[in-house]
Design a protein around this ligand. Structure first.
Ligand code: ADP
Ligand code: ZN
Ligand code: ZN
Length: 703
C-alpha cells in the first residue's frame, strides 16, 4: 500500500514552496530519513519530516510524485536534531528546508547512490574499531583547586553552566575532564566542543586527540569546519552520525552535526562574535547550543540521563552574564591562572602628551627595547591590516576611494596595490594622483604592514642576549592566507626566532605563548566611541584576551605589562581594565543597556535590504513597515525608520536596514512570524521594485 511522506528540500522561503512537500512512497518512512526526491526536472536530497501520511487536500493523486529512494546505510536523523532545525528555522525566520539541508554536508547532496555506497564501504574498512585499543588515557595533570571545585559542581548543575575563568586558568583542561566523564558514563556518549575560529581547531584537536585517542581510537576525534574539503566534511559528518566519532570539535556549523549520543556541549570563548552566522539563517551557535542541550536533556530524562552545556569565557557575553545574574545559568568561577602568574600590569599611554605623529610612543618603545635585550618577546596589536587605510593627494581632494563601495581602498605596500577590503577590488598604486597628476600622494593612517616596517627600523640597533639583531614579524589575514603559514609563523614565535610580533586581533586569540611579557594595543580608541553599543564590550574582551597572552610563564609573570595607547585615558573602560574587573565592567554595561531597553533587556531584529539604489532599499523597508500596521503584536514592537548601513554601498549594492525592537522576545517573535509572509509576497510591499534581496537578522550583533 503506497503511503504519503512530507519531505523538506533545500528551498528558500521566497520560493513559495511551503514548509514541506508531499511525496508518495512505497513504505512508510520515519521522520528524519534521508531521501532522494524529484523536484521539477531535478533529483534532490530531502529529509522526511513529521507530517500527515495522506495527500494534501486538492492534490490530484495522479499528478503526485514519488520518493525516488532512501539513502541506504544511513539511519534517520534524530527527533532532537529535527527539533533543533525546526526551532532554528522558526526563530531565525527561514524556511525549514533551507535550514535542514544547510545543516547537512554539501557532498551528501551531490553524491549519487552508488558513490555514497562506496564512501560508506570505504569508511567501514578504514575506521578503527570502536572502543579504540583499550589503552590508558594520557595522564591528565592533577587538577588545581579551582578546577577540582568546578568539576565537583558540574554534575549538580541542572542549568547551562557559564564557566567564567581567567585566560590560562585551565578551562580547556576542565573541558577535557568533563569530556572524559561524559564518555566514561555511557558507551554511546558523544561530546561536541565548539571554538570560534578555524585557526584554533588544530591546537584543540591535538589536545583532545592526545588525551582520548589511546582510549577510544584515532577515529574517535573528528573536526568540523569550513576549512575542510567537502570529502573531509562528509567523512566527519558520517563518523558523527554513525556514533563512531565520540568527540566532534568544530566551529559554529558543528552545532548542527548529527550526534545521536550527544551528552555534553562545550562552547569555548562563548562571547566571540564568530558564533553568529552572518548569512543565510543568521543563527547564533551559542544560543542554539543552549537550546540543543535542553531538548536533548528532555529526550534523555526518561532514561535518567541528560546533555549538559558549558559556556566558557574570561569575558562572557553580557547576555550570558545577565542570565547567570538571574540564576538561569549556573556561574562557576576560576579566577586564578595556572601557576599563579598574575595578569600583566596595565600601562596607559596618554597620547595627548606624546610627540606629534608618533605611532609608537617613546616610553613604549623603550620598554620594548628592554624586553628584547632580556630575551623576552613583545606582541603589538593593531586592528587594521595593510600599510595605510587611505592614500590621499595633498594638492587636490583625491583619496583612494573604492569605485564600487562607500569606503577607501587600503594601501598595501608590499605588492603596491590598493585593495578594497569589502568587495576585493584591487589595482596597482598609481604613480601620481589620478585627478591632478601630483606626484606626492601620501598614506594616511597606519596598518600592520607600516607598524612592522617602523618597528623594524626603530629596533634595528637593539640586540638580543645572543647578540643577534631584534627580529620583527607580522601576522594577519594577509600573511596567513596560505595553508600552513599560520602554523609556521606560530612556530617561529614559539622557538624564539621572533622578538616582536605585530598583528591583528587574530594573534590575541587562544594561542598559548610562553615568553611574551609585553603586549601593546596601539590604536584602540575607535571602539570607545563607536555608535555600536557592543563596541566597548568587544574592546574589553579583546584587551583582556590580549593581556592573557602575556606572562603565561610564571617565572616572568610578575613583570609582565600590557600597554594601551589612547587619547582618552580617563575613559571608565580603562578603570575596569586596570583591575581586570570584568564583573564591574559588565555591571556598568548592563545598567546602561537596561536604561536604554537594549538586549538582554529587550529583543531586537533587523530587516536588511540590498538594492541598486539607496532610495529603493529604504523604500522597501519603509513600505514593509507600513504593511506591518495591524499585524498581531504590532503594538508591542517599535519599528524605527530605515537608515543606510555604516558602509552604505558594497560592490555597487546599496544597503539599508530597519531596526525592530520589543521589550518582549516572544512578542517580537510572533510579530516577525506574521510579518515574514508579507515581506515574501512582493505585492504587499510596493517598495520591492529595484530590491535585490532582503534578510531578517534576529538578535543582530551590530546595528
Ligand atoms: P584556558 O583554556 O583557561 O586558557 P588552559 O586549559 O589552556 O587554560 O591552561 C593553560 C595552561 O595551563 C596550559 O598550558 C595547560 O596545559 C596548563 N594546565 C591546565 N590545567 C593544569 C593543571 N591542573 N596542572 C598543570 N597545568 C595545567
Ligand atoms: Zn591630486
Ligand atoms: Zn570595494
Amino acid at each position: 500500500m503506497p503511503t504519503w511522506s512530507s519531505v523538506v528540500v533545500a528551498a528558500p522561503a521566497h520560493s513559495g514552496l511551503g514548509p514541506a512537500l508531499s511525496y508518495r512512497s512505497e513504505l512508510s518512512l520515519a521522520p528524519g530519513t534521508l531521501v532522494r526526491v524529484p523536484l521539477g526536472a531535478r533529483e534532490v536530497l530531502g529529509v522526511v519530516w513529521d507530517g500527515p501520511d495522506e495527500p494534501p487536500p486538492g492534490l490530484d493523486p495522479a499528478l503526485a510524485k514519488s520518493v525516488i529512494g532512501v539513502l541506504e546505510g544511513l539511519p534517520p536523523l534524530s527527533v532532537t536534531w529535527q527539533q533543533l532545525v525546526t526551532f532554528s528555522a522558526r526563530y531565525y525566520q527561514r524556511s525549514l528546508g533551507e535550514v535542514a539541508l544547510a545543516a547537512l554536508p554539501p557532498q551528501l547532496r551531490e553524491l549519487d547512490a552508488a558513490q555514497l555506497a562506496r564512501r560508506l564501504k570505504r569508511r567501514a574498512k578504514t575506521v578503527a574499531p570502536a572502543g579504540g585499543n583499550g589503552g590508558l588515557a594520557n595522564a591528565a595533570p592533577p587538577s588545581s583547586e579551582e578546577q577540582a571545585a568546578v568539576l565537583t559542581a558540574l554534575p549538580t548543575a541542572t542549568e547551562p553552566v557559564l564557566l567564567y575563568g581567567a585566560t590560562g586558568s585551565g578551562k580547556t583542561e576542565v573541558y577535557l575532564r568533563a569530556t572524559e566523564d561524559a564518555l566514561a558514563a555511557d558507551t554511546a556518549a558523544q561530546v561536541l566542543v565548539m571554538v570560534p575560529e578555524i585557526n584554533l581547531t588544530p591546537q584543540l584537536e591535538a589536545r583532545f586527540r592526545e588525551r582520548f585517542a589511546p582510549l577510544y581510537g584515532e577515529g574517535a576525534v573528528v573536526s568540523m569546519h569550513s576549512g575542510m574539503t567537502p570529502a573531509q566534511r562528509l567523512a566527519s559528518w558520517l563518523a558523527a552520525h554513525s556514533g563512531q566519532a565520540r568527540i566532534v570539535l568544530g566551529t559554529r556549523m558543528a552545532v548542527f552535526a548529527s550526534l545521536p549520543g550527544l551528552r555534553l556541549i562545550v562552547v569555548d570563548e562563548e562571547h566571540d562574535p564568530s558564533y553568529k552566522s552572518q548569512d543565510g539563517a543568521r543563527y547564533s551557535a551559542r544560543d542554539l547550543a543552549v537550546y540543543r542541550a535542553k531538548v536533548e536533556s528532555e529526550a534523555l530524562a526518561a532514561r535518567g540521563q541528560r546533555c549538559q552545556v558549558i559556556l566558557g569565557s574570561a569575558t562572557p557575553s553580557l547576555e550570558s552574564w545577565h542570565a547567570a545574574d538571574q540564576g538561569r545559568y549556573k556561574r562557576l568561577e576560576m579566577p586564578a591562572r595556572i601557576g599563579g602568574g598574575a595578569l600583566p600590569r596595565l600601562r596607559l599611554v596618554d597620547m595627548n602628551h606624546q610627540p606629534k605623529g608618533a605611532s609608537i610612543a617613546p616610553p613604549l618603545l623603550a620598554a620594548m627595547e628592554a624586553r628584547i635585550a632580556r630575551g623576552e618577546q613583545c606582541l603589538v596589536l593593531l586592528n587594521r591590516r595593510g600599510y595605510a587605510p587611505v592614500l590621499s593627494c595633498d594638492a587636490c581632494a583625491w583619496k583612494s576611494q573604492c569605485p564600487h563601495c562607500s569606503t577607501f581602498r587600503v594601501f598595501h605596500k608590499l605588492d603596491r596595490t590598493l585593495r578594497c577590503h569589502h568587495c576585493g577590488f584591487s589595482s596597482r598604486v598609481p604613480r601620481s594622483c589620478p585627478d591632478c597628476g601630483n606626484l606626492d600622494i601620501a598614506p594616511v593612517g597606519r596598518g600592520t604592514e607600516q607598524i612592522e616596517e617602523q618597528l623594524a627600523g626603530l629596533l634595528s640597533g637593539v640586540k638580543r642576549p645572543d647578540g643577534q639583531p631584534a627580529k620583527v614579524a607580522r601576522m594577519d589575514a594577509d600573511t596567513t592566507r596560505l595553508k600552513g603559514s599560520l602554523e609556521q609563523q606560530l612556530a617561529a614565535l614559539h622557538s624564539g626566532e621572533v622578538d616582536v610580533l605585530v598583528g591583528t586581533q587574530m594573534v590575541a586569540k587562544g594561542h598559548d605563548f610562553r615568553r611574551i611579557t609585553l603586549v601593546a594595543s596601539i590604536n584602540a580608541d575607535a571602539a570607545l566611541f563607536a555608535s555600536d553599543h557592543r563596541a566597548p564590550e568587544r574592546l574589553f574582551a579583546l584587551l583582556m584576551q590580549a593581556a592573557g597572552r602575556a606572562g603565561r610563564d610564571a617565572t616572568q609573570a610578575g613583570a609582565s605589562e600590557m600597554w594601551v595607547q589612547t587619547w582618552h585615558p580617563e575613559h571608565p573602560l580603562f578603570a575596569s581594565l586596570r583591575k581586570y574587573d570584568f564583573p564591574g565592567f559588565a555591571a556598568a554595561q548592563l545598567a546602561e543597556r537596561e536604561a536604554a531597553g537594549m538586549p538582554p533587556f529587550g529583543a531586537q531584529a533587523l530587516l536588511r535590504a540590498d538594492a541598486r539604489t539607496q532610495e529603493a532599499a529604504q523604500a522597501f523597508l519603509n513600505a514593509a513597515a507600513g504593511a506591518a500596521e495591524g499585524l498581531p503584536h504590532r503594538d508591542e514592537v517599535t519599528l524605527y525608520p530605515a537608515v543606510p548601513l555604516t558602509i552604505q554601498r558594497v560592490a555597487n549594492v546599496e544597503r539599508a536596514q530597519l531596526l525592530v525592537e520589543s521589550p518582549s522576545r516572544a512578542a517580537l517573535q510572533r510579530f516577525l512570524a506574521a510579518w515574514q509572509p508579507l515581506l515574501l509576497d512582493g505585492r504587499s510591499v510596493p517598495g520591492a521594485r529595484g530590491l535585490i534581496r532582503f534578510a531578517v537578522d534576529v538578535d543582530p550583533l551590530s546595528i
